[in-house]
Design a protein around this ligand. Sequence first.
Ligand code: CTP
Ligand code: MG
Length: 232
Amino acid sequence: MHDLIKFWAVVPAAGVGKRMNADRPKQYLELAGKTVIEHTLLRLIKADVFTGVAVAISEEDPYWPELEVSTHEKIIVAAGGKERADSVLSALKSICAMASDDDWVLVHDAARPCITGSDIHFLIDSLVNDEVGGILALSSHDTLKNIQGDQIVGTLDRSHIWRALTPQMFRYGLLKNALTAAEGNPAITDEASALELLGLQPKIVEGRPDNIKITRPEDLALAQFYMEQQHD
Ligand code: CTP
Ligand code: MG
């Protein structure tokens, strides 16, 4: 049966990039000769495991149709939603005629262009026999403080705190149900949190630190630096 299971990539790309404070959504800013989203999508396609890559694009987005990758045979376009979780659910629905409940979906932020084939394959190899699925994550190097206003009221036990990255890998049917059940809940900022709400416990898989999310202006230079260092 295993060979019948397919892998899909889902890429939420309908954000406005408020914190980036640029003249266009951050996924369309240029980085090392291409836009951020082109790097992301071409790297997912190059990983050579996905049957299709479903991308959620905002309906008022004039930049997407200009990109060569928008007509790539592996790309499926869905409408973006109000929040990231709405965009992911919309992309999941766009492949419902092709995907089976047992297929795996890897949800990956358009704003993480430094994703490597090695991280994608490591995540898949780590979770392919898992019941629930899981996410790439990283431990925190900094000591983490609980604050109220500008005052410290406690220190977190760092050994139990990890930072959630993407891709996040779950079964198609379970993920669609979890996001549908959580619709409108502002606490759902990643896929894992939707599954946690169902009482499930996704796994963490240690990811690479170069898989950064472009969030603020200084992140573009950092992403360019990481890309220059990557050879896989
Ligand atoms: N995203 C989306 N639909 C939304 C909001 C976000 O598809 N309604 C996508 C973004 O395009 C991005 C990913 O989710 O690829 C991660 O979100 P984030 O880094 O927060 O991007 P933005 O929401 O665009 O940035 P900001 O929060 O600074 O406005
Ligand atoms: Mg956001």
